[in-house]
Design a protein around this ligand. Structure first.
Ligand SMILES: [Zn+2]
Length: 489
C-alpha cells in the first residue's frame, strides 16, 4: 500500500534518508519522533479507546474469509454497536445479496441538518484474505497485541479502518453531533476475492440512493514510516490502476510424445510468455504520479530524488527511469504492467499437448482502455498460434476522482494538527480498491487512512499481518476529526 516503503528498510547507506538527513528533518520539524505519538494522542483528548479496541478485536476475531468466514455476521455485530448507541432501526440496515447469505454488509446513516447538502460516505470492506493457522506464527483470527503491534488477519487490511468508521458513528451519536451533511457508513464484503460478489458494486447497483454521497472515503494508501519508525509522508490515494486478466491460449492437434514435432502448444505459449517478461510498457505521467514524484523528490533527495525530477521533466529519460525502476512500487506507478500469474498445459505425460494457456494479469494505467492493452499483448505475443483474449471484465473503467481543495484541505489541516511538518503526498496506487466500483457509479472515492505503516507494508495479504498499535489509535483520531470537518463544510 505505502510505496515509499519497499526500499526504506535497506536505505540507510544508499542515498535515501540517512541519519544525518533525519536529524535535519527533525530540526525543521518535518518528522515527529514516534515516541511522541502518545502525547499527541493524549492532547487530542480522546476517550473511548478501550471500547474502540474491543470493537476492533471483535471484528478481527470474526472470520470473514470467503471460504469459511461470514461477513453478514460481522455486519450484524457492528450494527449492534450502532443500535446500542441509539441509532433507530430504520437508520441501520443489514443487506444480504440473494444467494450469498454470508456475504452481506451494513449501511447506516447519521442525518445531517442541511437537506441541500449531499452526504459523505465512510466505506470499508470487512472481508479478508484467507489465512491458515498452520502457516501463521499466531492464530490469525485472534487479535494479539505484542511489542507495540496488533497481529491478525485484517488488522491492517482493513478492519482497523472499518472499526474506526463504526466507532466514529457511535461517538458522533453519543456526542449529539449534528453535522450539516449526513454521514453514511457502508461495510461490505467481497473486495479481496476477484471471483466473489463485490458488496460495493452490489450497493452501487441495488442501493444507489442509500449510499448516495458527495464523495466516499475508504482504504488505499497509508502513511509511510521509515525503518526507524519516523513518519515520512502521509499518502492519499489520487488514482488507482485497474486489474485486468488476459489469457494466452494455444490449441494443437497433439499426438504421441514419441514422435515430437516443432509445432508444440507449450513451446508456442512459453515463448510468447517469455516475450511478455521482456517487455516494458512506456512511462506515463498523470496528475497522481506527478504529484507523488514531485512530493517525494524533495523528501527522498539524492540520486533517486534527482531521477524523479528528471522523469517528470522528460518521461523518456532512460537513465532516470532505470533508477526509479529498481523500486518495485515506483516501477509500477510509472506504467501499465503485465505479468504471467498462472499456467495450464497438456493432458498426459506421454502426449503432445493439445492445449496450453497462461493467465496474464495486467495493472492498467488510469485512463488506458483494456482493448489497447489487448492489442499490445497480441503484438508482444507475436505468434498467430497464440490467441489473446479477455476472460471477464469487472465493470466499467472511470477516471479517478479529482483531488479538489475541498478534499485536500481538511486532510492537510488535520494531518498538520497531529503530525506537524509531515507532508501530505497524493499517490497512484498500483493495486485496486472498491473505488473502482463507486467512481463509475458517480460517487468520487478517495483512499485515506491516517494510519502509518512500516517499510514492510505490514504483510498485507501475507503471513503474520500486523499494524502498529499507536498507528491505529492515531488513525482513529485522524479519521474522527477529518469526517467531522468534511461533514460541516
Ligand atoms: Zn483492502
Amino acid at each position: 500500500m505505502a510505496r515509499y516503503n519497499a526500499e526504506a528498510s535497506k536505505n540507510e547507506n544508499k542515498g535515501w534518508i540517512s541519519m544525518n538527513q533525519i536529524e535535519k528533518l527533525l530540526a525543521i520539524g518535518a518528522c515527529t519522533l514516534w515516541a511522541s505519538s502518545a502525547a499527541v494522542h493524549a492532547a487530542a483528548g480522546d476517550d473511548g479507546i478501550a471500547r474502540f479496541r474491543a470493537t476492533y478485536k471483535e471484528l478481527v476475531e470474526t472470520n470473514t474469509s470467503l471460504s469459511v468466514g461470514d461477513c453478514t455476521l460481522a455486519a450484524q455485530r457492528m450494527a449492534a454497536h450502532l443500535k446500542q448507541a441509539g441509532y433507530p432501526d430504520e437508520d441501520v440496515r443489514i443487506f444480504v445479496p440473494d444467494g450469498h447469505p454470508k456475504e452481506g454488509g451494513l449501511i447506516a446513516v447519521l442525518h445531517g441538518t442541511d437537506p441541500k447538502l449531499k452526504a459523505i460516505l465512510m466505506l470499508a470492506h470487512v472481508d479478508v484474505v484467507e489465512a491458515k493457522r498452520e502457516d501463521w506464527t499466531r492464530d490469525p483470527f485472534t487479535l494479539i497485541e505484542e511489542d507495540g503491534y496488533f497481529y491478525g488477519r485484517g488488522t491492517s487490511d482493513m478492519k482497523a479502518q472499518a472499526a474506526i468508521w463504526v466507532d466514529n458513528m457511535v461517538r458522533f451519536r453519543e456526542e449529539g453531533f449534528k453535522p450539516k451533511r449526513s454521514i453514511k457508513l457502508a461495510l461490505t464484503c467481497g473486495e479481496e476475492t476477484n471471483s466473489a460478489l463485490n458488496g460495493a458494486g452490489w450497493l452501487a447497483e441495488h442501493e444507489r440512493a442509500a449510499i448516495d454521497a458527495q464523495f466516499a472515503l475508504t482504504e488505499g494508501v497509508d502513511g509511510d514510516l521509515d525503518a526507524q519508525g519516523h513518519r515520512i509522508a502521509l499518502e492519499i490515494l489520487a488514482a488507482e490502476k485497474i486489474s485486468q486478466n488476459f489469457v494466452f491460449e494455444v490449441t494443437n492437434a497433439g499426438g504421441h510424445s514419441s514422435r515430437p514435432v516443432p509445432d508444440n502448444a507449450i513451446y508456442h505459449l512459453v515463448r510468447a510468455v517469455d516475450r511478455v517478461s521482456q517487455y516494458e510498457f512506456p512511462v506515463q505521467l498523470n496528475d497522481a504520479n506527478r504529484a507523488y514524484f514531485t512530493g517525494m523528490a524533495k523528501i527522498v533527495g539524492g540520486e533517486k530524488g534527482a531521477a524523479m525530477t528528471a522523469v517528470l521533466a522528460n518521461p523518456s529519460d532512460g537513465a532516470a527511469v532505470a533508477i526509479l525502476d529498481k523500486n518495485v512500487d515506483w516501477h509500477a506507478m510509472l506504467r501499465t504492467t503485465c505479468v504471467a500469474t498462472m499456467l495450464s498445459a497438456g493432458h498426459a505425460t506421454n502426449a503432445l499437448p493439445q492445449r496450453a494457456s497462461a493467465n496474464i494479469n495486467c495493472r492498467i494505467f488510469p485512463g488506458v482502455p483494456r482493448e489497447e492493452v489487448l492489442t499490445q499483448l497480441s503484438k508482444i505475443a507475436a505468434d498467430p498460434a497464440v490467441k489473446v483474449s479477455i476472460p471477464e471484465v469487472r465493470g466499467p473503467i472511470a477516471p479517478p476522482a479529482p483531488l479538489t481543495p475541498q478534499i485536500l484541505k481538511p486532510i492537510e489541516t488535520v494531518a498538520h494538527q497531529l503530525w506537524p511538518g509531515v507532508p501530505v503526498v497524493p499517490a497512484l496506487e498500483p493495486g485496486a480498491s472498491d473505488a473502482q466500483f463507486l467512481n463509475p457509479a458517480g460517487i468520487p472515492t478517495y483512499g485515506v487512512t491516517g494510519i502509518f505503516t512500516d517499510p514492510d507494508g505490514g504483510h498485507i495479504h501475507g503471513l503474520n499481518e500486523r499494524v502498529r498499535v499507536q498507528s491505529v489509535y492515531e488513525g482513529r483520531t485522524f479519521l474522527y476529526r477529518l469526517v467531522k470537518m468534511y461533514a460541516n463544510q
